[in-house]
Design a protein around this ligand. Structure first.
Ligand code: HEM
Length: 492
């Protein structure tokens, strides 16, 4: 009897495992990427370069692969035809909302319903309301922040300084000012309580343990009371900002700003909160503030860090960028929007940097809302689909010598020849990044500020000497191991 019970039990478990791991109909012929490679890279927090190593054989040959994770079969792709379809048909390939992906999690309670993770009419409304805030930014906001940046660099003149941390501090301050006229003052005071609480809350939200084993958050022991308190503090900060700004904005003043496109993110949302058609609730505003901060902060800080690295390791390129900016800017310290268009070589460098080190290496998961036929495969409803940006950017199918840093790829005549979907650091289609203009403005301003006065070098004993050491910030964002660079004053 005991033997029969054990046999039934084992058969039941075996059947459950079979059910969970069985390849869905239609995906049988999609080549498989090793589960162990994926798990290992998640577990060890490996960067997108290592993940690409694990999947490149499959993706280069077929442009599409499948892997099993958390009880589901995912499709991952570098195929331009499929990627164009994902970009063009947002309703056919909606994103998985955070509520669906991580129900009851800390991450969901922090980001809630927002422009990045919503779909359909909710997304259209959020995008319509927030889009105008990032069309142009007042350039004078950079006046004193660049002075503050130079002061920090001056203090450590000619000694190595950790650059990811510095860029983190810089961009948090810039973004706070752009999005809601708030000064985090992180550059001047890295220990201020507000910022350390913000950073701790973000670290908790992105704790890799809960990405790997999301179910544990439902176990009372892992409820994360302390972490939830930190998140609540940041929510309170954002709620306070909304309340304060609402009180201080006279209706006339707000309407004028909306009319002449000078309203910031918070003002655009407050304006919408009064509009019955494009209404936005206080809770949605708060979620969007949390979301924009992470979408615009980590990404731009990473891009600036990696571009400083490529300039430090390609001194000839650095000299050319410096010569160009001195010629175009003259005595001007901050480039005007017109001058930024003339910084053609710098723009090529920025593009090539985003190709080589895309700050978002994989688009957030999509799921097809209808059955899709792709080549001889069938994606049944709700198949998880991942667009591998890093893979597209590093594929020899699309780029000659993809591992090399060659800004000239983006020279007009070369650039026009390539399929435009081979460069997708900002995604594409109607869900393209809302901050793609602003982030490039920030990068240009900061490069002009630094390179006018300093030469950037990599210390001889750097761990990044042969290759930039990437790691993982979260499932989509590229992370970096600490990177020290030397800033040596070249002029007074
Ligand atoms: C180098 C810097 C940046 C990179 C590489 C980047 C990358 C991306 C990518 C790949 C997407 C597409 C996501 C998708 O299709 O699922 C995206 C969307 C988005 N980004 Fe960025 N981003 C950057 C900077 C910013 C900045 C500065 C902001 C705003 C402050 C911002 C706000 C957004 C928002 C709101 C979306 C969602 C758009 C939508 O779904 O309609 N990003 N970004």
């Amino acid at each position: 009897m005991l033997f029969a019970t054990i046999l039934v039990f084992i058969s039941f478990i075996a059947y459950k495992i079979y059910q969970k791991t069985k390849v869905p109909e239609g995906l049988e012929d999609v080549p498989t990427i090793s589960y162990f490679g994926i798990f290992k890279s998640m577990f060890y927090n490996e960067g997108p370069d290592k993940r690409w190593e694990d999947s490149r054989q499959v993706l280069e040959k077929y442009g599409i692969g499948k892997f099993w994770f958390h009880g589901e079969w995912y499709v991952v792709t570098t195929d331009l035809e499929l990627i164009k379809d994902v970009f063009a048909k947002t309703d056919l390939y909606p994103k998985l909302s955070l509520e669906e992906a991580f129900p009851g999690s800390l991450m969901t309670s922090y980001f809630g319903t927002n422009v990045v993770f919503s779909n359909g009419d909710v997304w259209k409304r959020h995008r319509f309301i927030t889009n105008p805030a990032f069309k142009s930014i007042p350039m004078q906001l950079f006046d004193d922040i660049t002075v503050k940046l130079l002061k920090v660099i001056e203090k450590v003149d000619n000694e190595p300084i950790e650059v990811k941390d510095l860029m983190d501090r810089l961009i948090l301050d810039v973004l706070g000012r752009i999005a809601f006229k708030f000064d985090f003052n992180y550059l001047e005071d890295p220990t201020n309580v507000l910022v350390t609480t913000y950073k701790e809350a973000i670290a908790e939200v992105n704790n890799p343990l809960y990405f790997l084993f999301p179910f544990i958050e439902n176990i009372p022991y892992f409820y994360r009371t302390e972490a939830r308190k930190k998140v609540a503090k940041i929510h309170d900060l954002f709620s306070g900002l909304i309340e304060e700004r609402r009180k201080s904005m006279e209706t006339d003043e707000l309407s004028k700003k909306i009319d002449n496109n000078s309203a910031d993110l918070l003002e655009c949302m407050i304006n919408a909160s009064k509009n019955p058609k494009y209404h936005m609730s206080d809770e949605e505003m708060r979620y969007n503030l949390s979301t924009f901060m992470i979408a615009g902060h980590e990404t731009t800080a990473t891009a600036l860090t990696t571009v400083l690295y490529v300039l430090a390791t390609h001194k000839d390129v650095q000299s050319k960028v410096r010569e160009e900016l001195l010629r175009v800017l003259g005595d001007n310290l901050i480039p005007t929007i017109e001058q930024q268009k003339e910084l053609k070589y710098m723009n090529m460098v920025l593009h090539e940097n985003l190709r080589l080190y895309p700050p978002i290496h994989q688009l957030p998961r999509r799921e097809n809302a209808e059955i899709i036929k792709f080549r001889n495969h069938t994606f049944l409803l709700n198949t998880p689909i991942l667009v591998n940006i890093y893979g597209v950017h590093h594929s020899p199918k699309y780029w000659k010598d993809p591992e090399e840093f060659i800004p000239e790829r983006f020279e007009n005549e070369n650039d026009e020849k390539r399929d435009q979907n081979t460069w997708l650091p900002f995604g594409g289609g109607s869900r393209i990044c809302l901050g793609n203009t602003v982030t490039l403005i920030e990068e240009r301003v900061m490069l002009c500020t630094i390179l006018r006065k300093y030469e950037v070098s990599l210390p001889a004993d750097s761990i990044h000497k042969d290759k930039l050491q990437l790691d993982k910030f979260n499932d989509s964002f590229t992370g970096l191991k600490a990177l020290h660079l030397i800033f040596k004053r070249t002029t007074n």
